[in-house]
Design a binder for this molecule. Structure first.
Ligand SMILES: NC(=O)c1ccc[n+]([C@@H]2O[C@H](COP(=O)([O-])OP(=O)(O)OC[C@H]3O[C@@H](n4cnc5c(N)ncnc54)[C@H](OP(=O)(O)O)[C@@H]3O)[C@@H](O)[C@H]2O)c1
Length: 314
């Protein structure tokens, strides 16, 4: 039985990735900062959860020992420059050293659409810049050709939808309570991809992986939507105001930043940060320069039938 460590396995994507691995007969190890975060995974067969601080390099090395592959899904969406660097750059550096020590043969890393691994600094947000630097760390360590240290696949998804997402579900929830939807970045464009397609892509990457140059795939759905359209679809699918939803008030950039500052000051995870707005300065759609899901033998699912089912149930 092949063994994989799924870093960030307790999260939204991780849950589907772990489910896909266990169905395919893999033995899965999920390190988590707190066992309670991964409690919902414990029912899966051949999966174990370990309480581990993945930033502790020795603990990470111990966790990886004896496994064939590593999937890295650990990321944050909000935080300081230092926090982004710790999670998106320093952690991949530790993963690389731990993989080399444990002789891991295959690594799959979830990055994000909009990342530029040639010039990471050119990206518009701390999130995208640090994600780009993380890709560079992994690509340089993996190497290529006969001297390759491990087979590396980098997957860059657009925004990911599915039951339990923090995206269409949030738009639906907000429209239940607000009289209007004040929306920053209303015309920003996205190409949402289904979480099950992302999970299938992770599994497929490991099946196809070989020691060549690192492989990069952009994971996008079949359709492009503006943020305004996605907000309206969330209302339509969840039947808010008979499916008409709330009037969307597109905020000018400066007012969007004011809204983001207020959200950052509120307790808990902000719904939107200034850095998120910076990420939306570039479209979140396939570049066309990088292979996609079809190159992994997968047909991307459409948003409407799936999202209407899980939003409609609510
Ligand atoms: N969701 C999307 O729309 C989207 C779009 C593009 C790219 N992605 C990428 O896809 C990957 C998975 O995203 P996701 O939506 O599944 O994220 P998620 O639900 O937030 O899960 C991330 C996991 O990482 C761990 N984690 C979070 N912060 C951490 C920290 N500071 N130190 C150590 N571990 C930490 C958490 O595990 P524990 O709490 O168990 O430790 C968490 O379950 C990420 O690389 C993300 O950038 C996601």
């Amino acid at each position: 039985m092949k063994k994989v460590v799924v870093l960030g396995g307790s999260g939204f994507v991780g849950t589907q990735v772990c489910t896909a691995f266990t169905r395919a007969g893999w033995q899965v190890t999920v390190p988590s900062r707190a066992r309670a975060h991964a409690g919902h995974l414990l029912a899966l067969p051949s999966l174990s959860v370990l309480e581990v601080d993945v930033h502790d390099e020795q603990a990470l090395c111990d966790t990886l020992a004896g496994h064939d592959a590593v999937v890295n899904l650990v990321a944050i969406l909000h935080g300081s420059k230092q926090a982004f660097e710790k999670v998106h750059v320093a952690l991949p550096q530790k993963i690389v050293r731990a993989c080399l020590a444990a002789r891991i043969g295959q690594v799959v890393h979830l990055s994000a659409l909009g990342v530029d691994a040639v010039q990471p600094e050119s990206a518009p947000s701390m999130y995208l810049r640090s994600k780009g630097q993380g890709e560079v760390v992994l690509m340089q360590a993996a190497g290529s050709g006969a001297g390759a240290a491990f087979a590396l696949t980098i997957l860059r998804p657009s925004v990911i939808f599915g039951a339990g997402d923090k995206f269409l579900n949030v738009f639906a929830r907000l429209q239940k309570v607000l009289p209007v939807m004040p929306l920053a970045g209303a015309e920003a464009r996205f190409q949402p991809v289904w979480v099950q397609d992302v999970a299938s892509a992770v599994l497929r990457s490991l099946k196809l992986a070989n020691l060549g140059a690192p492989k990069v795939f952009e994971l996008c759905g079949p359709q492009v939507f503006t943020l305004r359209e996605l907000v309206q679809l969330a209302a339509q699918f969840s039947g808010i105001r008979g499916g008409r939803g709330r009037p969307v008030i597109a905020l000018p950039r400066w007012l969007g930043y004011v809204q983001a500052v207020l959200m950052e000051l509120a307790p808990g995870e902000p719904l939107m940060s200034r850095d998120n707005l910076d990420s939306m300065r570039i479209d979140n759609v396939a570049s066309g320069n990088v292979p996609g899901l079809s190159h992994l033998g997968l047909a991307a699912a459409s948003l409407a039938p799936i999202a209407s089912a899980y939003l409609g149930r609510k």
